[in-house]
Design a protein around this ligand. Structure first.
Ligand code: BTN
Length: 317
């Protein structure tokens, strides 16, 4: 039987679920749970769970595989912005690894002062506190976080995620996730805010985002469990931080370059006051985008907003 048929069977069985009698069935359902289908096992029965149910700290802590990230985890019903709350927690003395997760954000913020749509039931809106050995010359943590997220969600069958410079996660050319990195008020911590679309249908997005945004559910064509994805994403990010601490930032950036769909693409870079067109030739270890604009040397773009173009435009010959 296909996973979808198993899921429908569990759904039809409702509260009673299906008893864990048959080892073959048990194997199938375990594989589904590992692939982030919203199914649960209570020690005796498997059942389907509502993918839009409220995120619950106890439930998350019961499945969390990370060693230090998300420990402690602050799981809120509502926050204006988890980045703001996380910065407040840093001011109150919280340590690195602290994660603030909110079911809904009333004033979610994106990069470049944009709003971030953060409704209940469908997304993962959270902020993680990091404390690099030094902020001076600290590796580009936003890129590192995006590598962790992208690698984690690529393990969900049907999710062919890639990165768009600097730290967007795209699926089928549309944005599934963004990262907002900010300095914390203690002068030595960083707060990385992550907005990951998990359970939206196309019509759940505001009109203006419908052609550019995507959720994991839309990508896989089936419900996806937020708790399972959150667990995978925290482990993915933690792995990248640990690797950077162990081996330096080079290997993380090598993986970034493997995942980055911007490299080789024709792009428009929106800079203050002017647009620059060119071909993205690479990304440096410090996170800067190397842009060939027709001059002798590629130009290093440190920050900005880019658009991938279908065709070459502008002066590059
Ligand atoms: C982007 O513009 O791509 C970054 C979006 C970041 C959104 C997340 S949601 C959790 C955290 N809290 C916020 O207010 N923003 C970030």
């Amino acid at each position: 039987m296909e996973p979808r048929d198993w899921y429908n069977r569990l759904h039809d069985a409702g509260e009673q679920g299906i008893e864990n009698a048959d080892p073959a069935l048990d194997g199938e359902l375990r594989a589904m749970r590992d692939a982030a289908w919203p199914v649960r096992f209570d020690g005796r029965r498997w059942s389907a769970v509502d993918p839009r149910r409220r995120l619950h700290s106890q439930e998350i802590e019961n499945v969390l595989h990370s060693s230090w990230l998300g420990r402690p985890l602050l799981c809120l019903n509502e926050a204006d912005s988890t980045n703001r709350v996380a910065k407040e927690k840093v001011r109150d003395g919280c340590g690195p690894g602290t994660v603030v997760l909110a079911e809904v954000q009333t004033a979610g913020r994106g990069r470049l002062e944009r709003q971030w749509d953060s409704p209940a039931g469908v997304g993962l809106w959270f902020s993680a506190v990091f404390r690099p050995p030094s902020l001076q010359g600290a590796p580009p943590y936003a890129l590192l976080v995006s590598v962790g997220i992208c690698s984690a969600i690529r393990k969900v069958p049907g999710v062919s995620a890639v990165l768009k410079w600097p730290n967007d996660v795209l699926i089928d050319g549309r944005k599934a996730c963004g990262v907002l990195l900010e300095a914390a008020p203690d002068g030595r911590s960083l707060v990385a805010g992550v907005g990951l679309n998990v359970g939206q249908r196309k019509e759940d997005f505001p009109e203006a985002l419908r052609s550019t945004a995507i959720s994991l559910q839309m990508a896989c064509g089936r419900p996806v469990d937020r708790t399972a994805v959150f667990d995978a994403v925290l482990s993915g990010i933690e792995d990248q931080v640990d690797r950077a601490m162990r081996e330096g930032f080079g290997p993380v950036m090598d993986e970034y370059r493997t995942l980055c769909s911007t490299i080789g693409a024709w792009v428009k870079v929106e800079m203050t006051g002017r647009d620059v067109y060119g071909r993205a030739a690479g990304v440096m270890d410090n996170g800067a985008l190397l842009l060939e604009t027709g001059g002798n040397e590629p130009q290093a773009i440190v920050a900005g907003d880019i658009t991938h173009l279908r065709h070459q435009k502008g002066p590059v010959g």
